[in-house]
Design a protein around this ligand. Structure first.
Ligand code: SAM
Ligand code: DTB
Ligand code: SF4
Length: 365
């Protein structure tokens, strides 16, 4: 087996990324089959449990309240609504449900208690349950773990250097600290990022470099291609070409050999052939279902047909890590601390974010 390394340098990663494509594919695919079954793909379904109205200024995100986008917001869903969607996802072949909330960070209180109940409920459906709720404290991570959470998604999104060009309302370090908080529990870590935001190849390598520093490496690594949504500061970014995605996936596979690399946002722009190349390059997970959080995703039937044509099987839940116990609220050893954590607010100005905020104000006036 190729060893698992935590000391990759950006330069080394760039060298991998820039190899002649056929060599890169061969190397990535060779490593892929040492660590994984190359004919199995894990399938996750996203449920947007709380949509829109977010306080942050993430330049890529249609859910930021300050920009004017077409999405329909909603308050936190009920446990029963989430359960019904999870059951549908299970019938469709998903092993994991990932619940996303348009929050900067988790706040202790009734809404978090409701999310904990959702975690218990989905875990009891024998599905892997993942949440992506923004920054979490150690106590909040422990409460999620106790409820039976299997994975926590928290993306670093891009390199530390480029981060400040995309988001001004929080700091890269807070993202890293949240991941460390999750690591203090038995919850697995899902962390990756986005390509196509105008970042350089060095930034792509830098993002992967940061991910290799986590010990252990994140168990899953979503690679998103930017969905350029009208009204967001990044609306005019040109789509990435498929070979950039293939290179990013292959490089992630080589430097993070044991992680599940997930083809995430942006699949509607990719052909079946392009996706097949990504699977060959080491992608072994997808988000399925006709919606991501707010934007379209390929039809599940089309995905299942693609899997059939490629001879790919779907991974069963708890294949890599056993199911977690769900402790009921009344038996909890971690009570709500009523925390009001002070995550960083750098608040520097990003010209294109300010411009889109101004335009949104004018549209609303
Ligand atoms: N609010 C939480 C947070 O920011 O951590 C959780 C939800 S947030 C929508 C989860 C991730 O979705 C982001 O970190 C980003 O990587 C990804 N994402 C959001 N909008 C995207 C877009 N337009 N294109 C690609 N990925 C996107
Ligand atoms: C991730 O890396 N990608 C997913 C999930 N984790 C939460 C979200 C993609 C969102 C794409 C834009 C949208 O649909 O709002
Ligand atoms: Fe809010 Fe998350 Fe979107 Fe940023 S990525 S605006 S924190 S929902």
């Amino acid at each position: 087996m190729n060893e698992i390394r935590h000391d990759w340098t950006k330069e080394e990663i760039l060298q991998v990324y820039n190899k002649p494509l056929m060599e890169l594919l061969y190397e990535a695919s060779t490593i892929h089959r040492k660590y994984h079954d190359p004919n199995t793909v894990q399938v996750s379904t996203l449920i947007s449990i709380k949509t829109g109205g977010c306080s942050e200024d993430c330049g890529y995100c249609p859910q930021a309240a300050r920009y004017h986008t077409d999405i329909e917001g909603n308050d936190l869903m009920t446990v029963n609504q989430v359960k019904a969607q999870a059951l549908r996802a299970k019938e469709g072949g998903s092993s994991r449900v990932c619940m996303g909330a348009a929050w900067r960070n988790v706040k202790d209180g009734p809404e978090f208690d409701q999310v904990l109940e959702m975690v218990r409920t989905i875990n009891k459906l024998d599905m892997e349950v993942c949440c992506t709720l923004g920054m979490v404290t150690e106590n909040q991570a422990k409460r999620l773990a106790e409820a039976g959470l299997y994975a926590y998604n928290h993306n670093i999104d891009t390199s530390e250097e480029y981060y400040d060009d995309v988001i001004s309302t929080r700091a890269f370090k807070d993202r890293v600290d949240t991941i460390e908080n999750v690591r203090k529990t038995n919850v697995t870590v899902c962390s990756g990022g986005i390509i196509g935001m105008g970042e350089s190849l060095e930034d792509r390598a830098g993002m992967l470099e940061t991910l290799t520093r986590f010990s252990p490496h994140p168990e899953s690594v979503p690679i998103n291609a930017l969905v350029a949504v009208e009204g967001t500061p990044l609306e005019e970014q040109p789509p990435i070409n498929i070979f950039e995605m293939v290179r990013m996936v292959a490089t992630a596979r080589i430097v993070l050999p044991d992680s599940q690399v997930r083809l995430s946002a942006g699949r509607t722009q990719m052909s079946r052939e392009g996706q097949a190349m990504c699977f060959f390059a080491g992608a072994n997970s997808i988000f399925a279902g006709d919606k991501l959080l707010t934007t379209p995703n390929p039809d599940i039937d089309e995905d299942m047909k693609m899997f059939k044509d490629l001879g790919l099987n779907t991974q069963k839940p708890f294949f890599k890590h056993e199911q977690r116990a769900s402790v009921e609220a009344e038996n909890s050893q971690y009570q709500s601390l009523g925390e009001k954590p002070k995550w960083t607010r750098p608040d520097h100005k990003i010209e294109r974010n300010e411009q889109k905020k101004k335009e949104a104000k004018e549209i609303r006036a």
